[in-house]
Design a protein around this ligand. Structure first.
Ligand code: XUL
Ligand code: CO
Length: 435
């Protein structure tokens, strides 16, 4: 039986690029083949429970703006109603996946044991709905940043009891993710960092975080969880400095603690921007290291400099992200999670649906543009030409040589390199043909 929340909005049809219906897909067409694979299987979209159903519209200056029938979110009855509405939206959108934090889906009972039992109860309920609808869990995660107990960190907290609480929390969330057949488990450390170095033993905190993550991996293998373990880089906000600053920092951390073959990255558009990078930079770094896992798709406001988690609407940006994803072989167990929320004035259920419809269309356009570029091969040809010198036996031998022999060759052959154009504008113009 329908909750009536979406007020008769039915399954979103694909009407093609000429349609002007805001509740139709113009570009996203799940069955359309892109580079030999269904579009749905490329993009692997997921809805984020926290932004779409748990967040109440508050910002640093004001409280709740959304009024929903599952408010206040403090009872199991309302948690179930929220789940009913969520699965209705997945059906309306044709969303194959979703993601959650523990606190998004269960009421807070104030203590670990009761929270464990409500988590168990609500995930059983969600499991039944997944069976019925075929919707799958892309990833689960633990919120270890909102409650005051985590104000000084979770695994990096100076208080070992908080480390213990965090370990128990993550165990419960991996168990629930495993039970629901989740394809990944994510750790984002919003408070794993510091407010000030004056009171922080950074070396000890990093060691604790490294050991914690090793325990997560050990536990995953112990219970036979086949999902990927992912960490999510972000440089700051809420903490002044977060240890998982960006992809490169995370990769260095994972190598230091022996986790490079066990943990991959969940990269977020807005986090890349906060770190002073482009999204495609973060994806390319992870791909180059074999540590690309999944993405959180969204957009930040470029003027405010905050993590505004808006729905994506910039096709050229999104196209370059998918270009690097496709070039690296595409998603395996990862996907495109919309870690995106409405503006707090967008009060109505129709806003929530239309936001996802538009975002899915933007991603579909980006994916198709990326695939067309790859099929055309213009960038690959330009790259091959630019690096062609390295294909000569002399250049290859140089990498096995030493400084002395190279210096001798420079002298003997009178090596005197002539600079060549990088062709940036021509290549930018080339990309513009596809987006
Ligand atoms: C916060 C953020 C989180 C993670 C999951 O910026 O991105 O929602 O994705 O904890
Ligand atoms: Co995120």
């Amino acid at each position: 039986m329908s909750t009536g929340f979406f007020n008769g909005i039915d399954k979103i049809p694909h009407e093609g690029p000429d349609s002007i219906n805001p509740l139709a897909y113009h570009h996203y067409n799940p069955d359309e083949m892109v580079m030999g694979k269904r579009m749905e299987d490329h993009l692997r979209f997921a809805v984020a429970w926290w932004h779409s159903f748990a967040w109440e519209g508050n910002d640093p200056f004001g409280g709740q703006t959304f009024v929903r029938p599952w408010h206040p979110q403090d009872s199991m009855a309302n948690a179930r109603l929220k789940a009913d509405v969520a699965f209705e939206m997945f059906r309306i959108l044709g969303q194959p996946y979703y993601c959650w934090h523990d606190v998004d889906i269960r009421p807070d009972q104030g203590n670990f044991a009761d929270n464990l039992s409500t988590l168990d109860e609500i995930t059983d309920y969600m499991g039944e709905k997944m069976e019925l609808t075929g919707t799958k869990l892309l990833w689960g995660t633990a919120n270890m940043f909102s409650h005051r107990r985590f104000m000084s960190g979770a695994s990096t907290n100076p208080d070992p009891d908080v480390f213990a609480f965090a370990a128990a929390t993550v165990k419960s969330c991996i168990d629930a993710t495993h039970k629901l057949g989740g394809e990944n488990y994510v750790l984002w450390g919003g408070r794993e960092g510091y407010e000030t170095l004056i009171n922080t033993d950074m070396g000890a905190e990093l060691d604790h975080m490294g050991r914690f993550l090793n325990m997560v991996v050990e536990y995953k293998h112990k219970i036979g969880f086949k999902g990927q373990i992912l960490v999510e880089p972000k440089p700051q906000e809420p903490s002044k400095h977060q240890y998982d600053y960006d992809a490169a920092t995370c990769i260095g951390f994972l190598r230091k603690y022996g986790l490079e073959d066990e943990v991959k990255l969940n990269l977020e558009q807005g986090h890349a921007i906060l770190a002073g990078h482009s999204f495609e930079h973060e994806i390319a770094v992870a791909m180059a290291e074999g540590m690309f896992g999944s993405i959180d798709m969204n957009r930040n406001d470029y003027q405010s400099g905050w993590d505004t988690d808006q729905f994506p609407n910039n096709v050229p940006e999104v196209a370059l992200a998918y270009y690097h994803i496709l070039k690296g072989g595409g998603f395996t167990q990862g996907g495109t999670n919309f870690d995106a929320k409405l503006r707090r004035q967008s009060l109505d259920p129709v806003d929530l649906v239309a936001a996802h419809v538009g975002a899915m269309d933007v991603c579909a356009r980006g994916l198709k543009a990326a695939a067309a570029m790859l099929e055309d091969g213009g960038l690959e040809t330009a790259l091959a030409e630019r690096y062609a010198g390295w294909e000569t036996p002399e250049a290859k031998a140089m990498l096995d040589g030493d400084l002395g022999s190279i210096a001798q060759r420079v002298l003997d052959q009178g090596v005197n390199p002539e600079p060549k154009s990088g062709r940036q504008e021509i290549l930018e113009n080339y990309i513009n043909r596809f987006v």
